[in-house]
Write a protein of this length. Sequence first.
Lengths: 490, 490
Amino acid sequence: MPSDLARLGVAEAADRLAAGDCSAVELVEACIAAQEAARDLNAVVVDTAERARAAAVHADQRRQRNEARPLEGIPVAVKDIFCTEGVATTACSRILDGFVPEYESTVSARLWDAGAILVGKTNMDEFAMGSSNETSRCGPVRNPWSPVNGPSLVPGGSSGGSAAVVAASTVPAALGTDTGGSIRQPASFCGVVGLKPTYGRCSRWGIIAFASSLDQAGPLTRSVADAALILEHIAGFDPRDSTSADLAVPDLHTALQADVKGLRVGIPSEYRLDSLPGSISDLWEQGIAWFRDAGAELRDVSLPHTRYALPAYYIVAPAEASANLARYDGVRFGARSMGADPDELYTRTRRDGFGEEVRRRIMIGGYVLSEGYYDAYYLRAQQVRTRIAEDFRQAFQDVDVLLTPTTPSPAFPEGAKTDDPLAMYVNDIFTVPASLAGLPAISVPAGLDEDGLPLGLQLVGRAFDEVTLLQAATILEDAAGTFRPPAAAA
Amino acid sequence: MTGPRTIVGATGDWELAIGLEVHAQVTTQSKLFSGAATAFGAAANAQVSLVDAAMPGMLPVINRAAVDQAVRTGLALGAEINRFSVFDRKNYFYPDLPQGYQISQYRHPIVGAGELRIDMPDGRTRVVGIERLHLEQDAGKLVHDRSATGSHVDLNRAGIPLMEIVSRPDLRDWEEAGAYLRKLRALLRAIGSCDGNMEQGSLRADANVSVRRPGAPLGTRCEIKNLNSVRFLMRAIETEAGRQVALLEAGDTVRQETRLYDPQRNETRAMRSKEDAHDYRYFPDPDLVPLQLSESRIERLRDSLPELPDETRERLIRDYRLTPYDASVLVADPDAPRFFEAAAQDRSGKRVANWIVTNLFGALNEAGRTLAESPVSAPDLGQLVGLIDDGTISDRIARDVFDEMFRTGASPQSIVDARGLRQIQDTDAIDAAIDAALAANPGQLDQYRAGKTKVLGWFVGQVMKATRGQANPGLVNERLRQKLGGDGEA
């Protein structure tokens, strides 16, 4: 019975709580028990069970007083990149060992203000740099879809822990962040819904920065409607983030009911890679057919600069990261390795504190910004970025959303790509363009490949048009159904 | 001959070319990108926000008041106001720089080319080009004397808004450099964008100094950092130019480098050479959006400007017929024009200005006081000049009266009355004194009669002495001439 409660979605759980069919205490206990049972996934890095239990009691009291808020008593797991007041936050890096923020990120604070309850900080690639969750100093996460007694498959990354807990049904929803695909790619690998909102839709305040011009928080859930519900409560203008958009947040949850006849769906021809596995191109064709059957109009579109997106991304993101991570110097917080002078203190602290992938990206970032190389790399990449945004703008004159695969492959075994950074970076090939253009995008589970592994399809929408994006995602979800890993399906 | 100073070397004359980079603390309540206070003298680290300490996830938000002050300063310098400007990150590691980068403006400053006019004591006027003005944040400071084994960091200054005002290398000697800094300080204080307090570090200058043969292209420059008084600035430039001339005349070359001035030894010392200069890897700060200024905001700021020092100067020359130099000296102190105008009511403006510039400023300087702390009030100084104007006292007596006014704060009228210093206008009394002097000095009288007319002045002195300086010197002269002439007839 308790594990049944953990399997509820956000909206279902909210309805049950409202109807008095279960209490927040029962719901939270069910999630804690499910997380305990799924401990071997290594998806949770900070246990917040005691705090969650106290919050659940409080939530039930509020409900009794008729003061229940929209998400009162709903358990949510949060990626360890969100600063959580009084709860250790390390972005799964050694360099933040012992760091306990005295402040709460805007996005998570909005969830708690709406009544949600923190049940664990989730594993991630160190500083969100990775596509497999293998760069975490807390160790890799096992994808819940890994074959029983078989090799561990990666959950994707960087929000690998958040995708895994949602896929394993230990919580109804989790928060992740997406810089170049870090919500959508693990969502695809784990068979869950992952939504990256428009850049500026959610505040970045209190989120440990990777690449400031790309980072965006968003939900991972088991349904499109739940993603809409969570987004509604985390989005909105924040004067503390100069890049947050001063726009009203639409009533996303109810907008999903609207009729979408005449929806124009674009298929970007540049995404048809020869190297794409048959299972993925077949699924893409299937997605196209589903939209056609639902009454949508399909159109081919061209995004000519697509092939420059990945190189541009791997210049812009490391450049920003190289400066964003300069503050981890051992002087004011986190881990420190002593040295005889400041330079030695920095060198030792950062050598000991950062993992290999983070060091690699800091080096790349420093290189592309250095004198004599800036124009050839950073400036050029920014120009590419402008072209890519223009490509999308052109395409969205003819269509309302774009449909593409989320990833070029299903989940792969642990260690398969750790020796080849470029092979790892190619995971982001379909997700990065929307990130560079700041557009909202969502990965919806659409089917299983021949090995029974989940595959997602990606929808990309116009800036700040999450409503249309989510409506289209609902069509896909309705046609494809939902997927649970065999172990959790029992 | 007048003109800028040159250095006369063993092999001929050398010209100087000097450019100044002035860092002016913007007068604001809070820091450039955080809400922390900016007041001087607070306990260490008492004025540090989470943003200033660069805690993970913290984001900068631009302080509009600081932007307004930069625009007002640009307008006062007659400079181009850039409607679009960008904040960049300047990357380097130092313990007083929590972010690991300084937020500054590199490629697109808020203010472009302008100019500042300086008036030299020899009557020359120079127009010095301003290259640009940009906004940036200050760093914290290291405290080395708290413990024997380590250093402490005080972040109160970290994030304080600075305007960096960069001149063209138009200054030709140290006196022009001193005049430029004084004039700039007067301008900033007049419009209230910087308090100009050099002791508290609100204003400091870096000087780029080079020497060349007259008419030759600019030589290799050295930058002298952090000069915090006009006197040190002038001495450092003179010293550095002398060093460069000595090097060149000995057949050596000047290396481009950063140097520090040691006022104790009056010498400059190498800090770092161009070769080991940092590569700051500037790039646009992705946490901040480009700064856009509307025409209406610029117009509102233009309207907020008070009368500028150059305008005041022109008005003083026109309305009070002051010499350009006296007017320039008066406007260099933001309190002086008001003081002057209060004192000059119905008096000889020229004489009042002369008394302020020569006597009052001299006495204040000697006593180490500012005009605001003057023991002599403007009405009293005016009264003193009034007593000269109407012949009550002579200039000589007035100097004694002024000394007593400065010492005691008493009014000139009361001093003149109490000490009986009123000038003797009575011709009978003067005639008596003249007769006595002539009778007592028959030898000099004979000389005069023999044609040595110079002796007339000597007799005037005798009469003045006999009357303890109170006789009206003009009257004495006139009567003496008559008497000596009359005597000849008898």
